[in-house]
Write a protein of this length. Structure first.
Length: 346
């Protein structure tokens, strides 16, 4: 059994990690870390875990945890892990970080977009970017995994086949994305109150959202050229889910058949990426509570552009599910173990 510890277990992503790992045949949770609920039972914090998890929440002593666990998940705010991680922790166990601390390879870019100083620059080069469908081999041998952001996961997987094949003009790429309110975390914030969110939809982080450089970096690797794009997220009144609609000009001579084949070739062996039938638009309701990403492109012959669409659950594939997928790769287990959930509907 792989022994897992979770720091930040009482946030949305942390609680989802617990839900997934409890049903994992080869993993055992040995540490429920939470600064806010130390000495309280996990089942008293989350009623859905009542009489299922009776463990008491502990603090965030990573050094002590690293001596008990084979893998540590850190579902913590930006800057936390970079401020405490060291060689002793990485020598003792593997670390999968759900924050942005090690996702971006240029620390100056990280500091600019996140507004905090990076305290562990020396570890950035060795951190594997844990988008499993693209970086599977890098993940397998890593000590430190940077779990991708939710918007970047859906955006990159929706666009990747055409970027990799050089079928689109990357300078024309525009990403429009929508997310449920859980993406903002469990902390109390006035903009996330029911009366503020219900019956409303709004753009936020316009031309400034901090997932932008992460998306640009990963698509730059795919396209083999620097990528600068417009990314605009929107908040919609639902609990969970992300919908991405991306637009770009097709390069001369690229046909609808070529576009479709690029997706088929990229994802034919990927269990968690479902290429929908032609003409079918992805919907968040068909992926809720699962680790699936539904994608489908549509060529607009009239304008010479392509619309690249994707939908996924922001807490599962966008956070905890992908983290478990990375754990499975790290320890040579079935990549889908603990993740074969049928999406919840209604």
């Amino acid at each position: 059994m792989v022994k897992a510890g979770i720091i930040g277990s009482t946030g949305y992503a942390g609680q989802e990690l617990v839900r997934l790992l409890l049903q994992h045949k080869e993993a055992e949770i040995v540490w429920y870390g939470s600064r806010s609920y130390v000495d309280e039972t996990f089942g008293s914090v989350f009623g859905n875990m009542f009489q299922i998890v009776e463990n008491v929440c502990k603090g965030d002593d990573l050094h002590a945890l690293s001596r008990e666990a084979d893998v540590i998940f850190t579902a913590t705010p930006q800057g936390y892990l970079a401020s405490v991680i060291d060689e002793e922790i990485l020598d003792n166990c593997r670390v999968i970080d759900l924050s942005a601390d090690f996702r971006i390879k240029d620390a100056d870019v990280y500091e600019k977009w996140y507004g905090i100083k990076h305290e562990s620059r020396q570890l950035i080069p060795e951190a594997a970017y844990g988008l499993c469908e693209i970086n599977r081999e890098q993940v397998k041998g890593a000590r430190l995994i940077a779990n991708p952001g939710c918007y970047p996961t859906c955006s990159v997987l929706s666009i990747y086949p055409l970027a990799k094949n050089g079928y689109i003009d990357m300078k024309t790429l525009v990403i429009d994305a929508k997310s449920g309110t859980s993406g903002a975390g469990r902390g109390a914030k006035i903009p996330n109150l029911y009366c503020e969110v219900n019956e409303n939809i709004k753009a936020y982080g316009v031309a400034s959202h901090r997932h932008t450089p992460e998306i640009e970096e990963q698509l730059s690797y795919a396209a083999g050229e620097p990528v600068t794009l417009n990314f605009t997220p929107h908040l919609v009144p639902m609990n969970r889910g992300i919908l991405v609609t991306a637009y770009a000009n097709l390069k001369r001579g690229v046909t609808a058949e070529m576009v479709r084949k690029a997706y088929e070739d990229a994802y034919q062996d990927e269990y968690f990426v479902r290429l929908l039938p032609e003409g079918t638009c992805p919907e968040t309701r068909w992926v809720e509570g699962s680790n699936f990403v539904d994608v489908c492109p549509k060529v607009d012959e009239r304008t010479g552009r392509v619309i690249m669409m994707g939908a996924m659950d922001n807490i599962t594939k966008g956070a905890a599910g992908q983290a478990v997928q990375n754990m499975n790769l790290l320890f040579g287990m079935d990549e889908a173990e603990g993740l074969r959930f049928v999406p919840v509907f209604p």
